[in-house]
Design a protein around this ligand. Structure first.
Ligand SMILES: [Zn+2]
Length: 113
């Protein structure tokens, strides 16, 4: 998953995007690589709009309002329960990837007119 994410210059990837039907996500920001199994958002704060893109829907961007801070609980690669506190872009990526595990894409956030 990390190879695929880097190959396509992504900053996050969810397993279902590459045909793996498991609740796994990866995210990478600068030197920080996060890998989580069964991630769930356990706390949120703030709210901000950012225009998002997605490797699964090329050439589409959607302006999405999401919490600016999240705490995500999941299993690390060693199988231990970890909590990841994130804000800004990393918080955004984690929420985006967790959406993928629920079958939700950025196009589902488009406002219906
Ligand atoms: Zn995506």
């Amino acid at each position: 998953m990390i190879f695929t994410m880097r190959h396509f210059c992504g900053i996050g990837l969810a397993a279902p995007q590459i045909g793996i039907l498991k609740e796994l996500i990866v995210a990478e920001m600068e030197e920080n690589t996060i890998m989580l199994a069964n991630p769930e958002i356990i706390d949120v704060g703030g709210s901000v709009n950012i225009i998002e893109g997605c490797l699964s829907v090329p050439d589409v961007t959607v302006d999405i309002e999401r919490p600016d801070k999240v705490v995500v609980r999941g299993l690390s690669e060693k199988g231990t329960i970890v909590e990841v506190k994130a804000n800004g872009l990393l918080a955004r990526v984690l929420q985006h990837e967790i959406d993928h595990l629920k079958g939700k894409l950025i196009i589902d956030y488009r406002r219906k007119e």
